[in-house]
Design a protein around this ligand. Structure first.
Ligand SMILES: Cc1ncc(COP(=O)(O)O)c(C=O)c1O
Length: 419
């Protein structure tokens, strides 16, 4: 007789998403590359994946800082000074590099204070429910990141009223907040940049509407951290000129190549969040070696070296985006260093990814549910340490793909992004 746990797992294996993925694995055992192991990392953004050396166009380490000797040295220094982990929730104590990194993040942004979480996901599922009570409402853009959605679910379970509004639409936000009245305070959560469409939210209009309804803005700027705005500060200060009535969330994992996420805002907001973010109170912090590396990454972002690093990244993004458009492909994104090419069915998308991999280029085949059914994309992440010849090689291989199979017309991208 199977144990209840085995029967539970059996039931789950036959339902919804799990069944969908199982079928994908069964139908395309040779095409799915999700279980491949990275066996070695080489120079110049190459790695050995599933036994084959390829150029990696699937890394969020946009500035290439994961291979920077100064960050590696900082991690080593951190291990020697503090050990691998300090072993305590921040509800009890914080190591000095944690406090230093938070001070430096606030200085870099020009905000009063910052609070580091172990990831942006934990920031969103900690800070969002922490910011509201049963007398308040929490609303989010319909396309905001999944972790914002999870934050809304936790808040809802605590009795907070939550809602979604039409993507990037201030009038829809106004309508949504009006329909929720009466409430005490409102928190409006959006992404700072939508990586798939390359769209920015109308932050100034959103802030105006939020203020009219006694609400504040909560901007998840994870994709923009280190790669957009002056010194890589992201989109918020560029759009608003200040941080009044806004909490800014950033990533320490992607462009920073370290680990974690942060919330920045006023000192009093940060002080309250420390007391009301369950993942911070009941979970562990970012380990000290990574906090040392965050401090070094912040020094680089604030230095005279940064504009050259950004120029290299921006030039690479331009070269790939414009090159893919010249090929007549359906190109999406290109504002942050994530460029997607629409392929179509799940099978066609997986086959296209395999085609590139077999010719020496790794990109991510993204299929439903991350994108709409039948609208799979090849997602290419461009880094500052890709060479011009690697980008040219990828474009030549995309051109060969276009010769080999029929791909959607360039105009299809606009339809999908608008959907
Ligand atoms: C907007 C946004 N928020 C949150 C996350 C999750 O970040 P983390 O990996 O730090 O949890 C991502 C990751 O892609 C993201 O793009």
């Amino acid at each position: 007789m199977p144990e209840p746990l085995d029967r539970l797992i059996n039931t789950l294996a036959g339902t919804g998403m799990t069944r969908f993925f199982r079928r994908l694995f069964d139908d395309f055992p040779d095409l799915l590359m999700k279980d491949l192991t990275v066996e070695e990392v080489g120079p110049g953004r190459t790695f050995k994946l599933g036994g084959r050396w390829v150029t990696n166009f699937g890394s969020d380490s946009f500035l290439g800082l994961d291979q920077d000797e100064r960050l590696k040295a900082a991690v080593e220094r951190g291990v020697r000074a503090w050990g691998t982990h300090n072993g305590s929730s921040r509800a009890f104590s914080s190591v000095e590099p944690n406090v230093r990194a938070e001070r430096k993040i606030a200085e870099w942004l020009g905000a009063e204070a910052a609070l580091i979480y172990p990831s942006v996901t934990l920031a969103n599922i900690g800070a969002l429910p922490g910011l509201v009570t049963r007398h308040d409402v929490l609303v989010a853009d319909q396309y905001a990141h999944n972790s914002i959605d999870e934050g809304l679910k936790i808040a809802k379970a605590k009795g907070v009223r939550t809602a979604k509004f039409t993507h990037n639409d201030p009038a829809a936000l106004e309508e949504t907040l009006r329909a929720l009245r009466p409430f005490r305070h409102a928190v409006v959560a959006v992404d700072g940049v939508y990586s798939m469409s390359g769209r920015l939210p109308p932050l100034a209009e959103f802030r105006k509407v939020a203020r009219e309804f006694d609400g504040c803005l909560y901007v998840d700027d994870a994709h923009a951290s280190a790669v957009l705005g002056e010194c890589g500060r992201g989109t918020v200060r560029e759009a608003l000129g200040d941080y009044h009535n806004v909490l800014t969330i950033g990533s320490l994992s992607k462009g920073f190549s370290c680990l974690g996420g942060f919330v920045a805002g006023t000192q009093s907001a940060i002080d309250v969040l420390k007391l009301r973010s369950n993942p911070l109170i009941f979970g562990g912090p970012v380990p000290p070696p990574y906090l040392e590396a965050v401090c070094v990454a912040l020094d680089i972002l604030s230095s005279s070296e940064y504009p050259a690093l950004r120029a290299k990244l921006d030039a690479n993004v331009r070269a790939l985006t414009e090159g893919a458009k010249r090929l007549g492909l359906a190109v999406m994104g290109g504002l942050v260093p994530i460029i997607s090419v629409l392929i179509g069915t799940e099978e066609a998308t997986l086959k296209a990814g395999k085609f590139l991999y077999e010719r020496g280029y790794y990109v991510q085949s993204v299929v439903f549910p991350a994108v709409p059914h039948g609208a799979g994309v090849l997602r290419m992440q461009v880094n500052a340490n890709h060479s011009a010849s690697q980008i040219e090689g990828l474009l030549n291989t995309l051109s060969a793909l276009k010769e080999a199979v029929t791909l959607p017309a360039a105009s299809a991208a606009a339809t999908l992004v608008a959907a």
